[in-house]
Design a protein around this ligand. Structure first.
Ligand SMILES: Cc1ncc(COP(=O)(O)O)c(C=O)c1O
Length: 397
């Protein structure tokens, strides 16, 4: 029986959703995706905050080819000296505050959050965690334990059970959090899957003080906000605090899979003693991923001003005005366009796809569409995207 690519996808690949977008990708280049039917889609989501330089950037491709010619996987993380890992760790440390001087490369954002949770337990001797309601930190069982949501998590319980939730920006709520047995407070500073919801500086600083006062670590998940997406290299720079553990993923790999935690060496050291092998991983810090990530993020940090991100943010906010749009939230090129209740976000996304605009929804805010395009998006492409959204809204009853 001959199956079309879409039929094969639906038949032979595990599905995560009964109604997938199922765009049949042939190739991707710059700010566009191309399908097997000859259609060209403007990419408004960069693979969910991953491909900040757009697709197939020659700088990244060259780095991948060069590293592939030297070596790919040779040995599990931590046992051999591999220059791509050394070089990338050196780069990251150089761009971070002094205390964040040690990098552990992992496979994904979820694994990085898991490693951060384990490290916090190990360092503090405590078992509990404080997390935000409607935060998303990943899908494996550690990060899933940090999910407050009553739709996604319950069927997978029991999970880790000493997790206390606070609503983002509930500054008074901090006074009611537990005063003992907390290993870490884990936060995204901008809650992406809540529909790009920004934490107040005053609130985060008080939460940080709370963590310090009870001997807990302050862990910041910059998996979606890192590497220039919100207007600074890392989002925590906007909050005047330095995390005890910084968690990275997505754009960290320049389009290749990788995650990382960055922490003071004296903390990270705990993974290597009594017991040794406190966290181990076969593919963490894959040399090709490290080479790609270093190439992409060197380019981004070196030429950051040229991407003119504040201007593009302002342009989206200026052009996305319509009676069916409630507001546009977010910072830099991590934005959400929130719709009035009568508009169904997922249906709108399907309509936009018909008009060759590729966007997406959020886990905890279905009445909004995601706008996190490559930094390389041009002004006329921003205008085109906004025009398509406005035209489509005009056509809705
Ligand atoms: C803020 C945040 N943390 C963690 C994760 C999990 O990362 P991964 O999908 O690489 O496991 C994600 C993924 O969307 C995320 O957005």
């Amino acid at each position: 029986m001959h199956l079309s690519p879409k039929q094969l996808f639906l038949h032979s690949l595990a599905q995560t959703n009964p109604n997938p977008l199922a765009l049949e990708i042939l190739s991707a280049s710059g700010n566009y995706l191309y399908d097997i039917h000859g259609n060209k889609f403007l990419d408004l989501i960069s693979g969910i905050s991953v491909c900040s330089l757009g697709h197939q950037n020659p700088i990244v491709i060259d780095a991948v080819i060069e590293q592939t010619k030297k070596h790919m996987h040779v040995m599990v993380y931590g046992e051999t000296v591999q220059m791509p890992q050394n070089n990338y760790a050196d780069f990251l440390i150089h761009h971070l505050p002094k205390s964040l001087d040690n990098v552990y490369f992992l496979n994904s954002g979820s694994e990085a959050i898991d490693a951060a949770m384990k490290l916090a337990k190990r360092v503090t001797g405590h078992a509990g965690f404080v997390a935000h309601t409607n935060a998303y930190h990943g899908s494996s069982q550690g990060p899933l334990s940090l999910m407050s949501d009553e739709y996604y998590a319950p069927k997978y319980r029991p999970l880790l059970n000493q997790v206390f939730f606070i609503e983002q920006n509930d500054i008074q709520g901090i006074d009611h959090l537990p005063s003992e047995n907390i290993s870490a407070v884990i936060v995204e500073l901008i809650q992406a899957e809540k529909g790009i919801s920004i934490s107040n500086v005053e609130y985060i600083q008080k939460l940080y003080q709370y963590a310090k006062s009870i001997g807990a670590l302050f862990v910041i998940d910059e998996i979606q906000t890192g590497f220039g997406r919100t207007g600074t290299k890392f989002c925590f720079e906007q909050y005047n605090i330095v995390p005890d553990i910084l968690v990275l993923g997505k754009a960290l790999g320049g389009g290749m899979p990788i995650g990382a935690i960055v922490a003071p060496k004296k903390i990270m050291h705990e993974f290597s003693i009594n017991p040794i092998l406190g966290h181990i991983t076969t593919f963490g810090g894959h040399p090709v991923s490290c080479a790609a990530g270093l190439a992409a993020n060197s380019e981004i940090f070196q030429n950051y001003a040229q991407f003119n991100i504040p201007h593009k943010e302002a342009l989206f906010k200026k052009l996305l005005i319509h009676p069916k749009i409630k507001k546009v939230t977010g910072k830099g090129l991590l934005l959400a366009c929130h719709l009035v209740n009568e508009v169904d976000g997922p249906s709108l996304i399907h309509l936009l796809l018909e008009k060759k605009l590729f966007t997406d929804w959020f886990l905890f805010e279905t009445n909004a569409i995601r706008i996190c395009p490559p930094f390389t998006i041009e002004d006329d492409e921003v205008e085109m995207a906004c025009m398509i959204i406005i035209d489509t809204l005009n056509q809705l009853k």
